[in-house]
Design a protein around this ligand. Sequence first.
Ligand code: ADP
Ligand code: MG
Length: 692
Amino acid sequence: MMKKVPELFGSMVFNEAVMKERLPKDVYKALKSTIRQGKALEAQLAGVVANAMKDWAIEKGATHFTHWFQPMTGITAEKHDAFISPSPDGTVIMEFSGKELIKGEPDASSFPSGGLRATFEARGYTAWDPTSYAFIKDDTLCIPTAFCSYTGEILDKKTPLLRSMEAISKQAVRVLSLFGKDVTRVVTTVGPEQEYFLIDKEDYRKRPDLILTGRTLFGAPSPKGQEMEDHYFGSIRPRVKAFMKDLDEELWKLGISAKTEHNEVAPCQHELAPIFATANIATDHNELCMEMLKKVAERHGFVCLLHEKPFEGVNGSGKHNNWSISTDKGENLLDPGATPADNAQFLLFLTAVIKAVDDYQDLLRISVASAGNDHRLGANEAPPAIVSIYVGDELSAVIDSLIHGSDYKASGKKQMDIGVSVLPPIPQDNSDRNRTSPFAFTGNKFEFRMPGSSFNIACTNVMLNTAVAQSLMVFADELEKADDFDAALPELIKRELAAHQRILFNGNGYSATWPLEAEKRGLMNLRSTPEALVHYTDKKNVDLFVRHGIYTPLEMKSREEIALEEYCKVIHIEAMTSLSMLKKLIVPAAMTYSAEVARSVDAKKRIGVDAPREIEKVQEITELTGALIEKTQALDAAVNGEPAALVERAVYAHEEIICAMEEARKVADLLEMKIEKKAWPMPTYADMLFYV
Ligand code: ADP
Ligand code: MG
């Protein structure tokens, strides 16, 4: 029997309630204030906290502890240490010191550092992020940490996120004080909706492409795909339902508020959405979510695919990053207010986001750039590669009238004269949401739809937080100097909205005319990962991150290199896997099959039966096999022709290697459709997408 949900929820988390119960009052208070101020913990205090954590963890069955961090590999890292400490009498005692809690020293040399390693010592350390609770997973006490090199360069995804949250808080507090608000901290809130595929483990095992690359590199379309639209929100298969129940329990134990679960558009595609949380916690939780999806799937005889495009011809998977900002008192700053003053404040924050997205379109695009996501963006199932904002008709009309100083007319509503202090109520109705927009205002938050399903959302939120911090800084600078705030505010809003109107687009992002229109507007269209990544270190972007204390120029260069390297490696592995499957599985299967038909034709001929159509079949398969051998050779040659220099290699991978892979795939898929099922060396799309 499952425990009651409230009992289960957070039972594996060293949270507020546990701290209060287990820490001496003064220690608890001191810890709380350190957390609130985002400061480091004093050594003496840490000792007491560590001891309480250890006792709690051991009671829950834990034997080990680990610093849990998010290096640039894209997955979380952990190095387990047992609590044991030897005693002179040959026994052990269970120990965990304050020092071990605050700081860990994993060997940094095997993590990607993109050039930083050459310049600096590879040694690094991890430092506890006390704003994210410790938790127990696999009998191990996990301590969420940031990861830096000894010379101070950051080596992870978490540190810049914490810094960017600090940056936006600082600027938002300045702006809010202009509105007479006494706020000391502002946080960014994030709710990531996670899409994924579940397939049968037996099928997965027979597909080297899924095992090695996470996606199918071959596969003819299934006779049935997603055209009946019968999967989306459809009733959930019992086997999947059992998986989701188990998953919910695991997530709840970790204090992750998994809330919404439903089927998605593609067959065997699903979605999981938690209730939103502070950006760094949402990021930690999403990382844990992805890990649990995989682990729990395993237990149910499934494999969970988090790749952005596991199957050609059906939708891929994304991760919608719902984002907003709210004060420490819980006021959502993107919620249109009920009073005129709140409306003006809302409009200023809205304008800040609009300006940020326009000024740093490239950064948002870069934050979602990967080999996997290239299959989605711009592919008529996911947002285009062009960044634009959807605000809906109502808010558009408001913005138009603000810019032009004209009257505001909404359908069926009274005409009104609006200044920033008189804003009509903006309906929080999400029903007419434009699914083709990459960045949509959804009533009281923005939904950024470009991230890929396998992404760590830290990067996207670093970009968003920092870009918005920059807008707010510019606004605060100007408004603080103004003699008459009430007069300066509408002027600023009007001017900035007019300046950034080009980024607003309510139309169909999938239409063929949008890229042309976007080009006229001067919006960027960074179609592929290599094309996008090289803009990361553009001067304006380096200036931004340096100004807000997020990255040094060197750290940015290293991140650009890591991303480009990763792109090249992914494509290289895909190409090598394609080659291996072609040579060892597909071409031999085709040869065997045509030889078998030939033998049967020959046998028939010997007893005087003519089989002219079967002879044609042998001919056809033989010709296709020949063509496939040629395509395989061409792919081999493409791989061998890789240039050495990084940027050239990435562009080459995109332009040459992917093409050569696709060419070979076309022929292989054609063969699959013509060959006896028994003779095909791996499960088909229909096998994988439709199971019971
Ligand atoms: P839909 O699929 O209709 O877009 P979901 O309910 O699946 O919506 O997901 C919406 C997500 O947005 C949830 O994770 C929710 O918690 C989150 N969300 C709601 N309000 C905020 C907010 N103020 N800040 C950040 N995220 C939010
Ligand atoms: Mg959803």
